[in-house]
Design a binder for this molecule. Structure first.
Ligand code: MG
Length: 455
């Protein structure tokens, strides 16, 4: 981490005792506590081995700054976010590195509405941290920590309120849950059992070394789940990421469906129930989402890529649904943040209401083929490349919220955007045939290389 930068695209994140140390967590606690100004804060962590260590260091800093801390221990990120709102806290801090490997951890700061703080607010904390402006309390004004144990249960009860439990229970679904050896294994099985389903579990034992699989729910990490769903003849498989705010589903045939498709399933039902509603999604989402929104009379609001941006936009336009291609679904009636357990309950609710299997719900959707690409580009050249690319895209149907997205008349699409984490441009193409998607990646890789030679 550089001298002036603490927060990256996903809060504070780094490798344990190398990029992120307990000393830093304690100092960050002092800065975060100063930022909040002696408010009541909730703190919790995911299943990583370093979670308790970082929580305690952070809480030392928070209480030194005079904050009163409720310590929830191990819980999914969405359960902690829900608890912050539900217990009317001034805010909260979550120790998690989400989908990163076990040697990572991170610090995510959340506002009183359960949504992560804005980048402007992160800058305020950074200033306090780097300029040593922490306001530490006098000995008789120190904050304190109290433990709270019931938040996971409150969260499960709240999720259940959003769906028709009796209707789901009538179907006696068999669900296989892959908890990634992390916090999804705490609330996922309890919720799905409470919905009257038969459950089988995989990687549901808590183990912060993540021995079962890596916590990113990508297809290559979910092969075992897919095989087990098929072998057991189960109705559904669900895999959570490391902090259980995202969920990826497997249908009864063992097919893994990426987030766009399952968000599409949720979107269609939501628009049938709430026509003419606003729905928020980043520009990286599939054309599938645009098609479904148009067919079922939804108003799509595009944002930059990033879950915080989606949450903030939902608040701004008062939208009740948001979704990302990575398996993040934001269901406003519960909370406007990504929530893996809520998404699972919604999918089961739709399967029960429509009497359709997940494979059938997905087969109803328009089909697109996806190709991805990457071109190296140093940070200093990124803005110039975008400028040139925009010049060359004049007169085309484009969106420039995040990089450039171009819609072609044959319904194919390319998104070219500077990576937030690497010195590179990322490309994402979608088309009605695999050949066209491949051709678009090739064409734009060449275009970028040409531009890079001229600047
Ligand atoms: Mg996550």
């Amino acid at each position: 981490m550089s001298q002036s930068k603490l927060f990256g695209t996903n809060g504070i994140r780094g490798t344990v005792n190398k990029e992120l140390t307990p000393e830093m967590a304690a100092k960050a606690g002092g800065a975060i506590g100063t930022f909040f100004g002696k408010k009541n804060l909730l703190v919790g962590h995911d299943a990583r081995t370093s979670g308790p260590m970082f929580s305690r260091a952070l809480i030392a800093g928070l209480t030194a700054a005079g904050c009163k801390v409720l310590f929830a221990g191990m819980a999914p990120t969405p359960a902690l976010q829900f608890a912050i709102k539900n217990h009317k806290m001034g805010g909260g801090v979550i120790i998690t590195a989400s989908h990163n490997p076990p040697e990572y951890n991170g610090i995510k700061v959340v506002w009183s509405d359960g949504i992560e703080i804005s980048h402007e607010q992160e800058n305020e904390i950074e200033n306090i941290y780097f300029q040593n402006k922490e306001k530490l309390a006098e000995w008789n004004q120190l904050g304190y920590m109290r433990e709270i144990s019931e938040i996971n249960d409150e969260y499960v009860q709240a999720v259940k309120k959003q769906v028709n439990v009796a209707k789901i229970a009538q179907k006696h679904f068999h669900v296989v849950i892959d908890g990634a050896n992390s916090v999804g294994g705490i609330t996922g099985p309890v919720l799905i059992r409470d919905l009257g389903c038969k459950i089988s579990t995989l990687n549901a034992n808590i183990d912060g070394t993540f021995p079962g699989r890596m916590p990113e729910p990508r297809p290559e990490n979910l092969q075992e789940l897919a095989q087990i769903v098929k072998a057991l003849g189960a109705d559904l498989g669900v895999a959570f990421d490391g902090d259980a705010d995202r969920s990826i589903f497997v249908d009864e045939t063992g097919q893994i469906h990426m987030g766009d498709k399952t968000f599409g399933v949720v979107l269609k039902q939501f628009l049938l129930d709430n026509p003419n509603s606003e729905v928020v999604t980043p520009v990286s989402s599939s054309t599938l989402i645009k098609d479904i929104a148009e067919t079922y009379k939804g108003k799509l609001v595009w944002t930059k890529v990033g879950s915080v941006t989606v949450s903030q936009k939902m608040k701004e336009v008062n939208a009740k649904l948001g979704g990302e291609e990575n398996g993040g679904v934001f269901y406003g009636p519960h909370q406007s943040v990504r929530d893996g357990a809520m998404t699972t309950a919604l999918i089961l609710n739709i399967m029960a209401r429509t009497a359709k299997k997940l494979s059938e719900l997905v087969a109803d959707q328009p089909q697109y083929f996806i190709e991805k690409g990457k071109t190296e580009c140093t940070e200093d050249k990124k803005p110039k490349v975008l400028e040139k690319l925009l010049e060359q895209s004049k007169g085309m149907n484009i969106n420039t919220l995040d990089g450039v997205k171009i819609w072609f008349p044959d319904k194919s699409v390319i998104l070219v955007r500077p990576s937030g984490t690497e010195p590179a441009y990322r490309m994402y193409a979608e088309a009605k045939t695999p050949t066209r998607a491949k051709q678009l990646i090739k064409e734009y890789t060449e275009k970028l290389e040409k531009i890079l030679k001229t600047i």
